[in-house]
Design a protein around this ligand. Structure first.
Ligand SMILES: [Zn+2]
Ligand SMILES: [Zn+2]
Length: 185
């Protein structure tokens, strides 16, 4: 059976990642395997921006996976960017195996607010579900509350749920069904 590999990057606390694993596993009906921590700075750090390139991290993650139905999700403490944006909460390969999420801008402390572990957990879960959704081929969704809604600011993340709307949920089920069929042939 296909699996989702979760890997803490650049010092992201294993125990925080471990907290989202059961929910991710049940949302995607897929077993999750935690991998040991990985460092990405050498390949992904851009000194001029003082941020990590999310696209470079995706390449690194992808190179760790054999071809197949498996997915790999890295979660980092580093601030991520793509060239056209000042930052991203995460990035994923559409219909590809790799996704990455940054915890940095999901924490209240980043905005000068009091730390809140429950809020952080919710945001992290939503972003992990969202980026993994892209790896299964889901695009951004306009349905209110759907986890596949695009988030530009952290407030957008708080306004959506960790769940899929019926259209996105149906798409995912169809994906799982067809990949199961492929394996059986
Ligand atoms: Zn997205
Ligand atoms: Zn949706």
């Amino acid at each position: 059976m296909a699996a989702i590999y979760c890997v803490p990057l650049d010092g992201f606390p294993q125990e925080i990642l471990r907290q989202v694993v059961p929910e991710l596993s049940s949302i995607y009906s897929t077993p999750i395997r935690l991998l040991p921590e990985m460092q990405t700075a050498e390949k992904a750090y851009e000194p001029v921006r003082r941020q990590h390139s999310s696209t470079a991290i995706l390449q690194l993650l992808k190179s760790m996976l054999p071809d197949g139905e498996d997915r790999i999700l890295g979660v980092t403490t580093a601030d991520l960017f793509i060239p056209i944006l000042t930052f991203v909460f995460g990035e994923a390969q559409l219909n590809g195996p790799a996704a990455v999420v940054s915890g940095q801008r999901l924490q209240n402390e980043f905005y000068g607010l009091k730390a809140n572990a429950a809020v952080y957990h919710e945001r992290l879960l939503k972003e992990c579900v969202h980026e993994l959704g892209h790896t299964y081929g889901l695009r951004h969704c306009l349905s209110a509350g759907c986890v596949m809604q695009k988030s530009t600011y952290v407030e957008n993340i708080d306004l959506k749920t960790a769940e899929f709307c019926s259209a996105c949920g149906g798409f995912l089920q169809e994906h799982h069904r067809s990949s199961n069929m492929l394996r059986e042939v």
